[in-house]
Ligand binder design. Structure first.
Ligand code: COA
Length: 184
């Protein structure tokens, strides 16, 4: 994962007054709206309507918040407009969910949230950060590849990651791929 150098200009989100930080309790009920708005970008051929409307349950967000593995992007007005939830899978760190509201995309917030999750994972001693995503959508697998993630062939997935892909396929999601960023 690349690093910001002192001489680099600040990323657009920072220059515009956004912040990335651990979520606050008051952010939790606002995240479903961000997730639903972001999910509207997924084409219907890749995800059934019922799945597109689904969100990370509040109890899951609350547990992640409680354990310090939920981060938010805050707008200049202080409202959450993006978030990332991390967990574990097969003994490695796992990006459970990443969303940025469409009105606030392409400012580098997604990239910065992934960097925050990778930093958490590295500090916690995990060897890698894995995720599952859509293989062909430009803001999914190609975006993660630019951040250093590599696609895993099915045989290279651990049992829990393989089961996660299988569960996604059962829900009707198509063209999903697992990816992994080595942290060592
Ligand atoms: C993925 C997502 C979080 C990225 O958020 P973001 O704040 O826009 O991210 P960034 O600004 O850091 O970067 C987005 C990248 O996608 C690219 N991108 C976005 N939309 C694109 C499009 N329609 N066509 C081509 N590239 C696109 C941008 O050019 C940028 O690439 P770069 O940083 O390598 O130049 C956001 O698109 C989103 O919420 N999507 C819907 C939910 C989703 O896909 N979540 C991830 C599932 S694993």
């Amino acid at each position: 994962m690349e690093h910001q150098h002192a001489s680099d200009p600040p990323p657009p989100w920072k220059a515009a007054g956004y912040r990335i930080q651990l979520a606050r309790e008051a952010d939790l009920p606002r995240l479903a709206g961000v997730e639903r708005a972001a999910a509207r970008q997924f084409p219907g051929r890749l995800i059934p309507p019922a799945q597109r409307a689904g969100v990370v349950p509040l109890a899951v967000l609350r547990e992640a918040w409680n354990e310090g593995r939920l981060w938010v992007a805050l707008s200049p007005a202080g409202l959450p407009v993006g978030f990332a939830v991390a967990g574990t899978c097969d003994g490695e760190a796992f990006l459970i969910e990443l969303d940025v509201h469409p009105a606030h995309q392409c400012l580098g917030l997604g990239r910065a949230l992934v960097a925050r999750v990778a930093q958490w994972a590295r500090t916690a001693g995990y060897a890698a950060l894995a995720l599952t995503t859509f293989a062909s959508l430009p803001w999914n697998a190609p975006f993660y590849a630019r951040l250093g993630f590599q696609a895993l062939v099915p045989g290279a997935c651990g049992p829990a990651l393989a089961e996660r892909l299988a569960a996604e396929a059962r829900l009707g999601l198509r063209e999903r791929v697992a990816m992994r960023l080595s942290l060592r």
